[in-house]
Design a protein around this ligand. Structure first.
Ligand code: GDP
Length: 532
């Protein structure tokens, strides 16, 4: 059922791009974000995104968490315009605040930009985030950063990406030297040379069109490095994969750019290509059918809930991605999980540095809805038709703690607090089949501090954490009830139920999961679990 949509709706859809940046800490995500916002005119000065990040680096005591949480509400989504495109950049928290949200944000984007540090190559966090992108075959553009430093040879970087991340690389630009000899990049597609000037903030038009690499002007500009470029390009023509839009859109090939974010080099080239090739709002899968952005009725889902830790404003904000139709301020929508119509009062949108009131929003946009405890991660809102979007899962935690109450009288408050915090996606709760422990699981360890601080502040619960030996987990399923009970009997000591009653295997090492999975081939072990 694909409703005909109005011309203006199609125009709004076509000009939206919603993406996230995947990278390992220190590869240059913040710097690149800042340069993009500069190009989009969303900020006037370099340094503003940085300053925010610096204050996030404080240690994770209560005040710092508060500050960090407060701050990241505004940096969660950054909207900016570029060449008449409306771009929604969704923040993927990376340093200490790396968490399940980081993964879940990627379920709400249509494409991603991957930043690789040319000195370090592919790093651990990038591998993890890439695995999440794989789940939906998200198209990825790659930016190899820090070419102003002596890094790995470009071909080795491509090899590293292809091998470690199992994605084909199609270089669209090629660096001329690196470190002190870095002269610029050659755009293979457009046959254009862009020259590098270190430290320049805004880049004037200093690109030179080269129709023929044999042109002696190249020697004039590049000296001895002209021949190196000629050799490289000849080599690439024979060996590199040509760019293929369909392969990119399927997520099996990534176009690669080289540059230096801090020097503002290569960023415009990346953005120009990004708006041209990255997909606009894509159709989304619901349990009953596929929902297309061009359909007239509004629909959307919640992928993140953020608490405001400021005691004066103890509100929670639910981040909703619009999937179809047009959202209008003051709209009544159906909240399908609780089967009620709700009024979305005072929705907000996020600009580079502020929140503003939303008048209307279109597919691809993210709006913030005030939540007083009725909204859970994964909730779907729509106009009439009962819908439930899929693909906003829980991710298997890698860190675990046992919660021990200091006062047993508070166990009711503890349960209530944990239920709420689990619904917000702050942390996951597991109850082992044996015993009466409460085990918390998280993707990033800062979540434990946040959880404890909030239990205390919002629910008056005084508790402590105790060490447990788990470092990995999987949800388990088995179609054969007999085999499942045999499995449960044999592995009782490792099994727990999560907050929604799903059987979970908790392990003291990945090796144990592999070992047990081999012994029980009919049992399926998964790293993600869909919400009900
Ligand atoms: P994030 O942790 O991924 O957000 O990384 P940042 O953007 O904070 O960058 C980490 C460090 O690398 C900072 O000191 C940046 O100034 C530096 N950096 C970013 N881009 C470049 C670049 O192109 N060249 C060099 N030499 N340093 C860079």
């Amino acid at each position: 059922m694909n409703h005909p949509s109005s011309k203006s709706q199609n125009q709004e859809i076509d000009r939206r791009r919603t993406f996230g940046i995947i990278s390992h800490p220190d590869a240059g995500k913040t710097t690149l974000t800042e340069k993009m916002l500069l190009f989009g005119g969303a900020i006037q000065m370099a340094g503003s995104v940085k300053a925010r990040k610096a204050s996030r680096h404080a240690t994770s005591d209560w005040m710092a968490i508060e500050r960090e949480r407060g701050i990241s509400v505004t940096s969660s989504v950054m909207k900016f315009d570029y060449r008449n495109f409306e771009i929604n950049l969704l923040d993927t928290p990376g340093h200490q605040d790396f968490s399940e949200d980081t993964y879940r944000v990627l379920t709400a984007v249509d494409s991603a930009v991957m930043v690789i540090d040319s000195v370090k190559g592919v790093e651990a966090q990038t591998r993890k985030l890439m695995a999440v992108c794989r789940m939906r075959n998200t198209p990825i553009l790659t930016f190899v950063n820090k070419l102003d430093r002596e890094g790995m040879p470009p071909l080795d970087i491509l090899g590293d990406i292809e091998e470690t991340l199992q994605i084909e690389c199609a270089p669209l630009s090629w660096p001329i030297g690196m470190g002190k000899r870095f002269k610029g990049t050659y755009n293979i597609h457009r046959r254009e040379l862009t020259l590098f000037t270190p430290g320049r903030e805004r880049l004037p038009d200093d690109s030179v069109t080269i129709r023929d690499l044999g042109d002696p002007i190249l020697d004039e500009i590049l000296g001895r490095q002209a021949d190196e470029l000629r050799e490289d390009v000849a080599l690439l023509e024979g060996a590199a994969n040509p760019f293929d839009l369909q392969d990119f859109l399927k997520g099996s090939q990534t176009p690669v750019f080289f540059g230096s974010a801090v020097n503002n080099f290569g960023v415009r080239e990346l953005l120009d290509t990004f708006v041209e090739i990255a997909p606009g709002p894509l159709p989304r899968q619901a349990t009953t059918r596929t929902v297309f952005p061009g359909e007239e009725p509004f629909s959307g889902f919640v992928f993140k809930i953020q608490a405001n830790m400021d005691p004066a404003h103890r509100d929670r904000l639910a981040f909703l991605r619009v999937c179809s139709g047009r959202f209008q301020k003051g709209m009544r929508v159906r909240h399908h999980r609780i089967d009620k119509d709700i009024l979305i009062a005072n929705p907000i949108m996020f600009m580079a540095q502020d929140r503003t009131a939303v008048e209307e929003a279109w597919p691809g946009d993210i709006i913030g809805i005030h939540n007083h405890g009725t909204i859970k991660i994964g909730d779907t809102f729509s106009e009439k038709e009962p819908l439930s979007f899929t693909g906003i899962p829980n991710f298997a935690p890698e860190h675990f703690r046992r919660v021990q109450l200091k006062s047993p009288l508070k166990s009711k408050q503890l349960r209530k607090g944990l239920t709420q915090l689990v619904e917000e996606g702050a942390v996951q709760l597991f109850r082992p089949l044996m015993g009466s422990d409460l085990i918390l699981g998280a993707v990033g360890i800062l979540q434990f501090d946040v959880t404890m601080a909030r239990l205390k502040a919002e629910y008056g619960v005084d508790a402590v954490y105790e060490h447990v030996d788990y470092v990995a987990s999987r949800w388990v399923k088995c179609d054969d009830p007999k085999r499942l009970s045999a499995f449960e009997r044999a592995n009782q000591a490792h099994l727990a139920l999560d907050a929604e009653g799903n059987l979970t295997f908790l392990a003291d090492g990945e090796w144990r999961i592999e070992f047990v999975a081999e012994q029980w081939p009919e049992v399926v072990f998964t790293k993600t679990r869909e919400h009900r």
